[in-house]
Every structure is written in C-alpha cells, then in structure tokens.
Design a protein around this ligand. Structure first.
Ligand SMILES: [Zn+2]
Length: 770
C-alpha cells in the first residue's frame, strides 16, 4: 500500500482526468483529503459528547491546529490573548478556492454592505459573494456542550463527505469561534474534573468563569470592555460584517430541549425589520429541519427577547442572529428527567404540544451527548438552509445597506433625527473620549463639526440605527403577562443610553443644522487615573463570595482600569478579624443579603461554605467602629442595614411587581452638592443605574444623611422602564451612615454597572478616599 500522502496526491492528480469522464471528481477529492483529516476522537481519546468528558483548551487548540494542517478547507487564526493569556482562535472554513482568496471575498462583502464603496455591479457582487456566517460557541462556560459541538462541525465540513457539506462549503464562509471564552473552558473543565465522584460533581464552579464578567460576558456587545469581545468585533464583525450569526448557548434543564428563534417581544425599535423577519424565517426553517430529523422538544418564540444591544451585536449590524439554547444537564454529567418533572418555559408548556412547541419530548435521561447532538443538528440546519438561499441572503444584505443610507426609508416607527451633536467641551473629558471610542469601536462613523468644536453622528450611515439606539433614551414598552397582570419580565435590562451611562451631554438635531466636516480620526481608549487613589496609599479590600458575584468581577475591572490597587478578601479573611489593621475601606459588591450571610451550602466542600457568617459580620462591625468605611453596592446595602443596625429602611421591601417594577433602568436624582461624597460627580444629567434596587427612608437623621435623593413629585425615569414612579418620591438613593468612628455608604443602585457607568464612578472614589 502506498503511503497515505502519496496516494492522496495521486488521486488529486488524477481527479481532473476523471472529471472529464464523469461527475465523480468532488466525491473522490473528498475521499482523498478525508484520509488525512484527524478525527476529534483521535485527538481527544473519546468522542465529543462522551459522558463526563470535557476537553482542555489545549486539546481544543491542538485539534484546530491539526485540522488547519490537514485540510485546505480550514484556516485557523489566533486573534490575540484572552484576559488570562490563552490564545483566542477563529477557524475560517470554506472551499479551498474561497479560502485562498479571502481578501477578494472580504472586499465583496464590504461593497455589498456599503453602497458608497461599490466598484462592482450589484448583480455581480451577489452572484460571486458568499454567505458569511459567524458561529460563536460557549461564551458561557458552564454551557459545556459548546466546548464540543465545534469539533463535530469542523470535522463534517473539513471532510466534505456529503452533498450537504459540499453545498455549505461552496456557498459559505464560516467563521467558527470554538469558544468565545477560552479561559472558561479550563476554569470550568478543571473544576469539573476535580469534582468527579464527589458530592459536588456537576455543580458550577465557585469563581467567575470569565475573570471580570462571569456570565455577563455576553452583555458586552456595545461597551467592548473585554478582550474577547474586542477580538470578535475588531477582526470578524468589523472586517466581515456577517450576514448571519449563530450563538450557541444552553438553557435550564427542565423545559424544552432547545430554543431557536423567533424571539419574543419586544424588539428594539431601531433594528431593521427585515433582520427580524430573516431571523424568524431562518429559525423556523431550522426548527422544521431538525424535527424532521427526529428531534423533539423544539421551542420557538419563547423566553428570549430582541431588546438589549448588549447581547446582539449582529442585529444592529445587518446580521440575522440565531441564538440556540439547548437544555443543560449537570455540566458533563447526565440527569434523569421523568416527563412529570418537565415544567414550563416562557411562552410554552413542555408537557403540551402547541404551535411554537409542536413535538413534546417524552422525558428520560439527558446528558452531554444529547446536548452536543442537538447543538450540532441546529448549527448544521442553519448552515444548510442559509447555503440553499445564498443569493436571497446576499440580496437582502445589499438592501439593508441601501436602506440605511436612504432618507426615504425610515427603519423605525420612532422619529429619526438627522444627527447627534456631541460638544468637545464636557465636564469629564475621559468620559467624552470613552463615548467616541465606544461608538467608533461599534463601527459608527463619527464626523468633526466644521468649526472643530463638536463631534457629529449622522443617522444616515451604515450603522446609524445602532448609533441612534445607543444615543437616545429607551422607552421600554409597558408589557404585562396578561391584561391587568404582572409586568412581563424582560430577558435582560431595559436601558442602554451611553450619554447617561458615561455622563456626556449630547444634543439631538432633527434637521441637519450643524455644518459637518471630515470623518473624525479614531479616538484612543482613555486611560483612567483617580487623584488620591491611583497612587495606592489607601488600603482597599474587595469582598469576593464563593457564590461568585458578577458585580465583584466588574468592580475589579473598574478598579484595575482606574489603576486603583486593592486586595481581594474571602470569607475566611473577614472571619479572621483584625480588618482595621489591614484596610481603610471594604467594598461589598452587589449581592443579596442571604448570599452574603450564608454563601454556598451543600453540595460544596466545607472550605467553600458558610459565607461571611456571624464571625465575619462581627469583624466588619469592629472594622467600621474603629474608623473604617464599608461601601455596600445595591442589594448588598440591605445586608449592611441589618448587619450594622442602620437607621434606614427599604421603602420597596415587600412591594409587589404590579405596583413597582424597574428591571434595569436609568433614573434621575437630586444631588446634595454640599456633601463630601458628591465631589467629582459631574454628570450633566445626574442619573443612576437602578436594577432590583432598594430606595431608602432614613429613620434617624442624626446618624444618616441622604447623598442622592429622588425628587418629590418628579418623573424619575430617564431611560428604560419604570412602573410605580411615585413610590420613589422623596426617597434616598444613596445614604451616608455614621457608625462608631467610621462610615457605611449605601448605594441604592449599581455605581459601577458592567463597567459602563463612568458617570457614577466618582461616587465610589469619594467614599474610598475619605
Ligand atoms: Zn448562555
């Protein structure tokens, strides 16, 4: 027998000859190259989906490196280093001839996207172009099926052994990101392997699986705070602007087996309606296809909405977005789910067939193999359906670009101003710089005014609708579960107004009155420093619960970016006492009082259980009595009220959601400018991020004072959604309480919210500095 490589070369040489005689060439070529393609099992030592098996990131990168070497249909690139230093990969997958000409297809894509750049006839661009499809897997690292599904997709496409695979390759450029959070593959994988055969096998890790954000890492698609978001935006979205994005996730275990769009209401009003329609059409076709292949428990129009641009970059950048959410097990360990234990998803009952849940899953064992099977089937269905309609996708994509520039076609029912004007003279120059950097990073064209004093953002530009969504105040619709019923919970939060978050004044011009000059140069990201803190003389502690809080991670991001040194303290550090000898200030990030008090319980090991506990609470009291400052963010303020016996009451305690509701909005406040804690709080419109927050009544004014207050009789909503406006009237939003020689500062809001609230950072600095 000839060595494999020789025989493959021989077949390749003979292929053109055969091709003249028969139509067998593609099949033979596929056979020849398939011999050299390493199977996932040969690289891993087990099949993707094997029970209780997860890969390391090294195994993932080794596989893609080997596949790149073996297959002319796969090109792997490293886009940079992750937050913790691992390589961040993308695999480009297409026909070898397409891969050899990627710059040509990138140019076609850009000409289709932006009519101003067209040098080639539209018909030719559509005839020659490919569907560019971005697949991002396992951004959420406890959704472990996403570690493995890319192996299956890579293998099937690299082998090109079926007519479907060949049709996909001929019509598509796949950009496959095997994990959007490589650090989490090892954080969760190492934890899982160490938990095998122990009581906590299958439980989530006691730390955030993204260093700064944990699960919030998919809420970063307009702020770009994380390296991992930036790589994909800079190198893939920015250069390729894909027609379709497939974001591979997992949901809870007990309802449907998989969710595929259409999404639920509401839709963000600035998203082009054609993108909503194409997302719906593709999702329904995928659902049809995988059900035809025998899969059950497929839910559409359920649970997930289409509102926050934090989660959906593509829908704001001319790309359909297919989120799939497959039911979870316990990491890679199986569970038994009898039919009787199945529950309801939002929008369907998993025990009852309905129009958007046509085939009920009968219940039974569910594990990593099932998850990988569903995820692979759904992604494959997407690729097949999109490839079959390639020309229609490109036609639709070209029209999105044309409509964005055409004033005769408003994309939304809300009023579209001509432009937004941002004066270069702002109270916080770093916040202005961040705003311009953020817009430019999201592919928004920012112009200079002719006199050079302002930036101008016209709405008639390729991503003008996205700019509008971020620069205007949100009016979230008043949705109820049923007429007169409780408010319909949004999937995430309801506001994303950058000028309010950052503290920058922006004016709206309905007609273009400002004389506009050239495109502004790319603005650099600001570097932050805090006078009196970045020099490192204050001794600051940040509490990190083993019941990991995303707000703790984001607080670290804000401290690191502002070059403020701090020490992370865990339960045992607090319980050990002697805190005043070590620290001047201790931050309790946003976390419920019960979680802070009790922390983790069963089935976690004893070393992780118990929370701050009685000993930790006593030590915190001693710390404040001896002159220390405790900063309690949002829900942690309720823990502080109890622990320190503060003369403060939460006016919203026990209030029903039908009477008061605000799940992530920006509220207006009155500022006590004479109070030392408001020094440096310079936002032109003082607003705070309110999310499941308390509102304070002070019961003893000699021991506590209001720093920020909701004005009596005012409209408190600046952006988002608020039911029960009047319940906030006259309540305090931030309180400074005196305890012994020290202070406890209560923030009835999130002073740093997912890295984004530049405007209220100074309210943290002032308390840390005191
Ligand atoms: Zn997820």
């Amino acid at each position: 027998m000839l060595p494999r490589t020789t025989s493959a070369r021989l077949v390749r040489r003979l292929v053109p000859l055969f091709a003249l005689l028969s139509g067998l060439a593609p099949a033979l070529e596929a056979q020849a190259s398939a011999r050299a393609i390493p199977s996932p099992a040969s690289m891993l030592g087990w099949e993707p989906g094997a029970d209780r098996k997860l890969p390391t990131w090294k195994q993932v990168t080794d596989y893609w490196t080997a596949l790149d070497k073996a297959s002319p249909r796969v090109t792997v690139r490293t886009l940079g280093k992750t937050t913790l230093g691992r390589p961040f990969l993308v695999a480009f997958i297409s026909d070898s001839a397409t891969l050899a000409n990627l710059p040509k297809y990138e140019r076609i894509q850009q000409e289709l996207l932006d009519p101003r750049k067209r040098r080639t006839a539209r018909e030719r661009l559509i005839a020659e172009g490919k569907n560019v499809i971005l697949i991002t897997s396992s951004i959420h690292s406890t959704e472990v099926g996403g570690f493995l599904t890319p192996f299956n997709l890579g293998d099937r496409l690299a082998r090109a052994a079926t007519p479907e695979a060949r049709m996909i390759l001929a019509n598509t450029i796949v950009m496959l990101v095997p994990s959007q959070n490589p650090d989490g593959v090892d954080i969760v994988g190492d934890w899982y392997r160490s938990s095998l055969d122990k009581p906590h096998e299958g439980a989530g890790p006691p730390v955030l699986y993204h260093w700064y954000s944990g699960h919030d890492n998919n809420r970063d698609w307009y702020a770009f705070a994380l390296n991992e978001t930036r790589y994909v935006v800079d190198s893939l979205y920015g250069r390729w602007t894909p027609q379709i994005v497939n974001d591979v996730h997992q949901q809870g275990a007990n309802a449907g087996r998989i969710f595929i769009p259409p999404y639920m209401d509401p839709v963000e009003p600035n998203i082009d309606p054609v993108l909503t329609a194409s997302t719906n059409a593709l999702g329904m076709a995928m659902s049809w296809r995988i059900m035809n292949d025998g899969l059950t428990g497929v839910a559409t129009n359920a649970a997930y909405d289409q509102w926050s641009p934090a989660r959906q970059y593509s829908l704001n950048h001319h790309g359909a977005r297919i989120l799939t959410e497959t039911a979870s097990a316990r990491l890679a360990s199986s569970i038994d789910l009898p039919f009787a234990q199945l529950g309801s998803g939002r929008g369907y009952d998993a025990k009852v067939a309905s129009w958007n849940f046509p085939a009920v899953w009968p219940g039974g064992r569910w594990g990593i193999g099932d998850i990988v099977k569903y995820q692979t089937a759904a992604s494959w269905a997407l690729l097949v359906e999109a490839a079959r309609d390639r020309a229609a996708w490109l036609e639709s994509y070209a029209r999105l670009g044309e409509r964005a520039l055409d004033p005769a076609h408003p994309w939304t029912t809300t009023e579209v101003p001509a432009q937004y004007v941002i004066s270069k003279s702002q109270p916080d120059p770093a916040a202005l710089q961040r705003l311009i950097w953020t817009l430019q990073h999201g592919q928004v064209e920012v112009l200079e005014s002719e006199d050079g004093t302002s930036y101008v953002v016209p709405t008639r530009q390729p991503f003008g609708s996205y700019a509008k969504a971020l620069l205007e105040a949100q009016a979230y619709p008043n949705l109820a579960e049923y007429p007169g019923g409780p408010p319909k919970r949004p999937y995430d939060v309801t506001a994303h107004t950058l000028p309010l978050l950052f503290g920058v004044k922006v004016t709206v011009e309905k007609a273009a009155v400002t004389r506009v000059g050239a495109l502004a140069k790319a603005v650099a990201e600001p570097t932050y420093r805090v006078p009196g803190l970045s020099d490192g003389t204050r001794r600051i502690a940040l509490y990190a619960s083993w019941n990991a809080s995303m707000d703790e991670g984001w607080t670290r991001w804000v401290l690191d970016r502002n070059q403020v040194k701090f020490t992370t303290v865990h339960d045992r550090d607090l319980r050990a006492g002697g805190l005043r000898d070590r620290f001047d200030a201790i931050i309790l990030p946003d976390q419920s009082a019960a979680q802070l008090r009790r922390g983790l319980g069963a089935p976690y090991p004893d070393s992780l259980r118990g929370g701050i506990g009685d000993a930790g609470a006593a030590a915190l009291k001693a710390f404040v009595n001896a002159g220390g400052t405790v900063l309690a963010f949002n829900e942690a303020s309720l823990y502080a009220i109890e622990t320190f016996g503060l003369p403060v009451h939460n006016a919203l305690e026990g209030v029903k959601a039908t009477e008061f509701y605000a799940p992530g909005s920006i509220f207006s406040v009155d500022v006590d400018r004479a109070h030392p804690l408001t020094q440096g709080f310079s936002a032109p419109t003082p607003g705070i991020w309110f999310e499941d927050s308390p509102a304070f009544e002070i019961t003893d004014a000699t021991r506590a004072t209001a720093v920020l207050r909701y004005p009596a009789g005012g409209n408190h909503l600046l952006s988002g959604w608020l039911l029960g406006n009047k319940l906030l009237d006259g309540k305090a939003a931030m309180v400074d309480a005196r305890v012994g020689q020290g202070h406890v500062v209560l923030y009835g809001f999130r002073p740093q919210y997912r890295s984004q609230t530049n405007a209220t950072w100074p309210l943290i600095w002032s308390a840390l500095r005191r």
